[in-house]
Ligand binder design. Structure first.
Ligand code: 28G
Length: 630
């Protein structure tokens, strides 16, 4: 290819990065901005890992640019076969000079590994200074990677190393302010993983400086994590190599209950864990169970979670590039299957040995795990007792305080009325057939199962009463054959509030007792809207339509009474019109109603007033359309 053609290709490459920055650095928000820093710092860290220089400086400059300096060999400053200088190639050709390999391990930055040219492409300007061969070289770029001044010698030096300064392009990044804290956190992490390394972070504007260096690697990391916690023993360190995979682990139990496992692969954090973490957990469970069995510390075994209560652990793996496999949207999960077996066998073997050699520490850790096991078992027992045991009777008394039960215990025939308001509840209680009808009055508004946290929902008195009265269980436990009632009937006023209560109850049943709906056990009662009296006769009318029909067909004198609520009826009337199986109308709620209910939930519970009003106007009558006579 001709020289000019190559130049055009390069510019096209950088232009592609500028067109779709997200493809190369994930995003153009704060994360993306800092990604630029990690790309450059990773290269500097690689030099340290390769054994060249130990100090790295990261400096946020007053003009919004950032400088990264290492004391490595310095980027080779010769001429490339293309006729360009090597630094120009490295900083303008996509993927060139980004990541290099060391002993077969692709170290650091491996996740996105797109290199310095991407950073250049997304910068307003960039300056690279190279100290090497007693010379100081400099090359500068502007406007997304265009050479501003080609490589030249600008002075002499005895030092070696590379210094890169760049200013992110404000037209690409929403916010170009580097965060001192974000940078410090990441640099500290690197310093924990690489014991030789010293990283200094400076904020010139705010005159802040932090230096990160840790002699004890992962053990220092654990010390830091457990700084404000009470550790139960000295840190356990594990090291091993198998199948070319290097495994390092540091772990320590605290008196707390949290499990904190942090893992890295080739110095990159695996935020979503993966096969290495699975191997670690399996090894822990196996080694501990062996130990408690050998010394007869418990008749039954530990579960995995028992062995991890209060643990802080850092796992660091070095995996040859050809074995690397990452999963998940953000590639934060190690896939490599062999990593599981390698970590499992190394940790199991070394940990078992450690326990045998350190009986005192072993005792402390086993006691902690056994305590966790007992607590877990006690909690389960308490849950079961709450469900079927003695404690249940007491609780039920409170929970069922408002329930007026039916006399018969025939679940096949019994009906539960959920009645809006105490006064209507009283009317229903007097009017019902007490042989098979039970009444539960509901005061005020029912909690919104769509919005409340599960925790709040199940603390709610009304909801608890309903769950306990029905007795079929909730959630995955819900079993219609255990229901105390064949029909559960929601009885509310024929107005907006009543419709609201229906919706809230249906939402709850839909979310937490759906099998009852699927079994056709949930109903809505339909109280009459009008009572017309003519001569010595009376008739209840269920809708405006019925009223119109009556008006057209009846020619004599009559009076109309409109029922605003259940409370306006006397017990006999309520029985006659709404509760008597021979006379009443019930709507059986089915799942397609529920699709409707879902919509209702959205409209009714949403924050917008207008669509809500509209919806109520359109749908208040809906209850009468799919009339179901029982
Ligand atoms: C300051 C911020 C970021 C770097 C080096 C050192 C070498 C290098 C960098 O070489 C081209 C490709 C593989 C050899 C390597 C110097 C070998 C000999 C280096 C950095 C040539 C890249 N002498 N230091 N790149 N390699 N620091 N810091 O970027 O074959 S990048």
């Amino acid at each position: 290819m001709a020289y000019d053609d190559k130049s055009i290709k390069i510019l096209e490459g950088l232009e592609a990065v500028r067109k779709r920055p997200g493809m190369y650095i994930g995003s153009t928000d704060k994360r993306g901005l800092h990604h630029l820093v990690w790309e450059i710092v990773d290269n500097a860290v690689d030099e340290v890992i390769n054994g060249f220089g130990k100090n790295i400086l990261v400096k946020i400059n007053k003009d919004g640019s950032i400088t990264v300096k290492d004391e490595g060999r310095g980027v080779p400053a010769g001429m490339h076969e293309s006729g360009k200088s090597t630094p120009e190639v490295i900083y303008t050709v996509l993927h060139a000079g980004g990541k290099f390999e060391t002993d077969g391990y692709k170290v650091s930055g491996g996740l996105h590994g797109v290199g310095a040219s991407v950073v250049n492409a997304l910068s307003e300007w960039m300056k690279v200074e190279i100290r090497r061969d007693k010379c100081i070289y400099e090359i500068t770029f502007k406007d997304g990677g265009k050479v501003d001044s080609p490589l030249k010698v600008i002075g002499t030096t005895k030092e070696t190393g590379t210094t890169v300064t760049f200013k992110p392009d404000e037209t690409i990044f929403k916010n170009c302010n580097f965060s001192y804290t974000t940078i410090c956190e990441r640099m500290q992490e690197s310093a924990f993983l690489i014991s030789d390394l010293t990283i200094t972070v400076i904020d010139e504007e705010d005159e802040k400086e932090s230096v990160f260096h840790y002699d004890n690697g992962l053990a220092s990391y654990i010390d830091y994590i457990n700084e404000d916690k009470k550790a139960l023993h000295k840190i356990i360190e594990i090291h091993g190599v198998k199948n070319n995979i290097v495994v390092d682990v540091a772990m320590q139990y605290t008196d707390g209950y949290n499990e904190q496992i942090i893992s890295f692969v080739n110095n990159v954090k695996t935020v979503d864990g993966g096969s290495h973490e699975v191997g670690f957990k399996t090894a822990l469970t196996k080694a501990f169970n062996d130990y408690i069995k050998k010394y007869s510390l418990s008749k039954t075994g530990l579960e995995g979670s028992d062995t991890r209560e209060g643990i802080s652990a850092v796992i660091s793996l070095k995996i040859p590039e050809e074995l690397l496999q990452f999963e998940g949207q953000t590639k934060g999960k190690l896939g490599t299957p062999v990593a599981r077996t390698v970590v499992e066998s190394i940790v199991y073997e070394k940990l078992s040995y450690f326990l045998e050699e350190n009986k005192e520490t072993a005792g402390v850790i086993m006691a902690k795990s056994l305590k966790s096991k007992f607590a877990r078992e006690a909690a389960r027992k308490a849950r079961e007792e709450a469900r079927n045991g003695k404690g249940r009777k007491e609780k039920e008394k409170v929970l069922l305080g408002k329930l007026t039960p039916a006399q018969s215990k025939d679940a096949k025939k019994n009906e539960l009325f959920l009645v809006e308001g105490n006064s209507a509840g009283g009317t229903a209680k007097s009017g019902r057939d007490k042989n098979f009808q039970a009444i539960m009055p509901l005061r005020g508004k029912v909690i919104n199962a769509e919005k409340a946290s599960t925790n709040d929902l199940f603390k709610n008195e009304e909801i608890n009463m309903i769950i306990h009265a029905i007795g079929a269980g909730v959630g995955s436990d819900c079993d219609p054959s255990r229901s105390n009632y064949n029909k559960i009937i929601i009885m509310s006023d024929a107005d907006v509030d009543g419709s609201h209560i229906q919706t809230l109850l249906l939402t709850f049943f839909y979310r937490h007792m759906r099998p009852l709906i699927e079994n056709g056990m949930i109903f809505i009662a339909v109280p009459p809207l009008y009572l017309v009296k003519y001569g010595k006769e009376k008739r209840y009318l269920m809708s405006n339509e019925e009223l119109n029909e009556f008006r057209e067909s009846y020619k004599g004198k009559f009076t109309i009474q409109r029922y605003k609520g259940l409370g306006e009826m006397n017990p006999d009337q309520l029985w006659e019109t709404t509760m008597d199986p021979d006379n009443r109308s019930l709507i059986r709620v089915n799942i397609s109603d529920l699709a409707l209910a879902e919509k209702r939930v959205n409209v009714l519970m949403g924050d917008k007033v207008e669509p809500r009003k509209e919806w109520i106007n359109e749908n208040v009558e809906f209850t009468l359309e799919d009339d179901y006579r029982s």
